[in-house]
Design a binder for this molecule. Structure first.
Ligand SMILES: NCC(=O)N[C@@H](CC(=O)O)C(=O)O
Length: 622
């Protein structure tokens, strides 16, 4: 019997605090990672972005490794501890790699040996990906293991609180670590303080580990049952081979293709594999949701840069966790109970379908915003056009004629702040509020706000420095961005509502439908849908874009609607199961473990029927 508080096992307190600290560590490090690549290692934008995405994809591929270790070998508890140590070492390695003084022998403020910093940071990132991905499927499943049969309502609430902690950690760290980076620190020279920005997440990871270990005495720990993954693969392989051997129509058909493993494998294992395969089959369309969801960080961020408003980066990085923190309680306490009161069965798979439709609507909203933005954008010359600008300072109107077949050469002008005579200079700046023209002691100051996205030309007559700055003419070549980024809020709201319905429910669903010894494996399968979604984004980005961004948004929205229709059909044919009940039935048929079975049957009878309905559970025999 585990210690309880308000109907919840006390042990989950340690698990949610552990998750909060771990997510703080992960998202805090991620918030400054690209900046570190760009401004410390001096990589270009493309390299920095590719390595960043490769790292994120790796973080969602390693869960399968963690799940295999947990379910087949070490058990969830030990896997979390060992991989958290790897994770903390990775974070510390990463923080050390950002200390510029280590290789700055000539004390000029920049590292002298970039290879050292690159090698150390790559090692750190690999360890972090192994750690964060490895523990990810185990922590959620381990949290679920703390609940008993009669606590199914509390179990659902746990997954929501778990998701809240993830986003609380993410919100705080995304706000804090960029501020830490902006500090100055160093032994020989003062530079932007990357060691602090990466060091604080490292400390949080150590705290996360300590909190998890502190709860040791209270956890329900399930032992791994041998190398389950290997047995699963062998069993599936045998079923396929056996089916092929008996392909002639003279052999009687079997109810399920996995039944062809009956000759050699335990019925219980076969039943468990059937449960897992049914859920994995259902996962096939799911990556499409993540394909859209993960474009928040790429296409939508780029969209924001063509809009007006001074809070781009803060808005972009925090709007999702803020909305999660608001929407999860509203959904859990208000919307879902209200739907239930209306007598509607809003089962997990229906919620996930609706979640997908919300994400599709978010992209329709993004397309509408894009259409508004496009109206305000200047027309740039296409690859088959040239743009010619003629500045007339002559005293009379001139007519310009252009020969249609003339190929115009566009010259690129150098960037030069202090212009020499007849040199044209282009200066791109952020947050320009004033600029001055200095010539010896004399100067002209232009003090006002220049709009984002705008382009100005200042025509300076040869007489300007004699006395009057008034004679300088300012021409607005491109208008400033005028569509306010507040217009993006509906799309963020819709996609986050979709996330709450899809992701939180998917997490619960993956746990509830998995047999006891394969819970982490199914969590890892769930996380893999995210990795595949990210890979699709990379492929689509590589394959080139539609000429109009809004059209691409609509294409993605239509694809997700199509996928959600397919998913809803698959979901219609899916029968919710209670894995424990099926396992007990199989054992009964096999005449095994009567005492065990009796206990399980008793527990099942005690189950609250209302709680079953809430989850839309229909018992069935596989
Ligand atoms: N809002 C992002 C979020 O909550 N992400 C979760 C789920 C996931 O990434 O799969 C997390 O960081 O764990």
């Amino acid at each position: 019997m585990t210690a309880e508080c308000c109907g919840y096992p006390i042990s989950i307190f340690f698990i949610v605090v552990n998750e909060f600290c771990e997510r703080f560590s992960y998202y805090g490090m991620r918030a400054v990672l690209v900046l570190y690549f760009r401004y410390f290692l001096l990589w270009d934008d493309d390299l920095a972005t590719s390595i960043y995405h490769a790292f994120v994809a790796l973080c969602y591929l390693t869960p399968i490794l963690g799940a295999i270790i947990a379910d087949s070998w070490l058990g969830k508890f030990k896997t979390i501890i060992y991989l958290s140590i790897v994770y903390a070492i990775g974070q510390v390695t990463m923080a050390i790699s950002t200390i510029h003084d280590i290789t700055d022998a000539n004390r000029d403020g920049t590292p002298d040996n970039f290879t050292f910093h690159i090698a150390l940071s790559m090692l750190g990132l690999i360890l972090i990906a192994l750690g964060t991905g490895g523990i990810k499927p185990c922590v959620a499943a381990f949290g679920g293991d703390q609940f008993q049969e009669h606590q199914s309502r509390q179990l659902n609430t746990f997954f929501s609180v778990f998701y809240l902690c993830i986003n609380a950690g993410s919100l705080l760290s995304t706000l804090i670590t960029p501020v830490l980076r902006a500090q100055e620190c160093g032994i020989h020279t003062q530079q932007q303080c990357y060691p602090l920005a990466f060091g604080v997440p490292a400390v949080l990871m150590v705290i996360s580990l300590v909190v998890f270990i502190a709860g040791s005495g209270m956890y329900v720990k399930t032992d791994p049952e041998g190398n389950i993954m290997w047995s699963v693969c062998k069993c599936i392989g045998f079923a396929i081979k056996n089916r092929f051997r008996h392909r002639s129509s003279s052999y009687p058909k079997r109810e399920h293709w996995m039944d062809w493993a009956n000759e050699k494998y335990d019925k219980l294992l076969i039943a468990q594999i059937k449960m897992v395969l049914k859920v994995l089959f259902l996962y096939i369309p799911l990556p499409m949701f993540w394909t859209l969801f993960d474009q928040k960080g790429s296409r939508w961020t780029l969209q924001a840069t063509t809009m007006s408003g001074d809070f781009v980066s803060i808005l972009i990085s925090t709007v999702n966790p803020i909305l999660i923190l608001t929407l999860v309680p509203i959904m859990d306490r208000l919307i879902f109970p209200l739907i239930q009161k209306c007598g509607l069965n809003f089962s997990p798979l229906k919620r996930m379908t609706v979640g997908m439709l919300f994400a599709a609507m978010a992209f329709v909203s993004a397309a509408l915003v894009q259409i508004e933005i496009d109206k305000t954008l200047p027309n740039f010359p296409s690859s088959s056009e040239s743009q010619l600008k003629v500045v007339n300072t002559y005293s009379t109107t001139l007519n310009v004629t252009i020969s249609p077949n003339e190929h115009l050469l566009i010259e690129s002008f150098g960037v030069q702040l202090h212009t020499s005579k007849h040199t044209y200079s282009t200066i791109s700046c952020m947050f320009v509020n004033d600029f001055s023209l200095i010539h010896g002691e004399q100067w002209c100051e232009f003090s006002r706000k220049f709009g984002f996205g705008a382009s100005y030309t200042f025509l300076i007559p040869s007489t300007v420095f004699s006395d009057d700055c008034e004679s300088i003419t300012e021409v607005e070549d491109m208008k400033p961005n005028s569509v306010h980024m507040a217009l993006q809020i509906p799309q963020y709201f819709l996609i986050t509502t979709g996330e709450v319905m899809f992701s939180v429910t998917g997490l619960q669903f993956s746990y509830s439908q998995a047999p006891k010894n394969m819970k982490s494996v199914l969590q890892a399968g769930w996380l893999c849908t995210n990795a595949v979604g990210n890979i699709i984004v990379l492929i689509v980005a590589e394959l080139g874009k539609l000429p109009k961004q809004w059209a691409e948004y609509l294409l993605f929205a239509s694809l997700l609607v199509a996928v959600s229709i397919i998913f809803s059909i698959m979901a219609y044919f899916y029968t919710y199961i209670d894995p424990a009940e099926i396992e007990a039935q199989v054992r009964k048929e096999q005449g095994l473990e009567p005492e065990e079975m009796e206990k399980e049957t008793l527990e099942m009878e005690e189950k609250d029927e209302d709680q079953k309905n809430e989850q839309g559970v229909k018992q069935t025999k596989i």
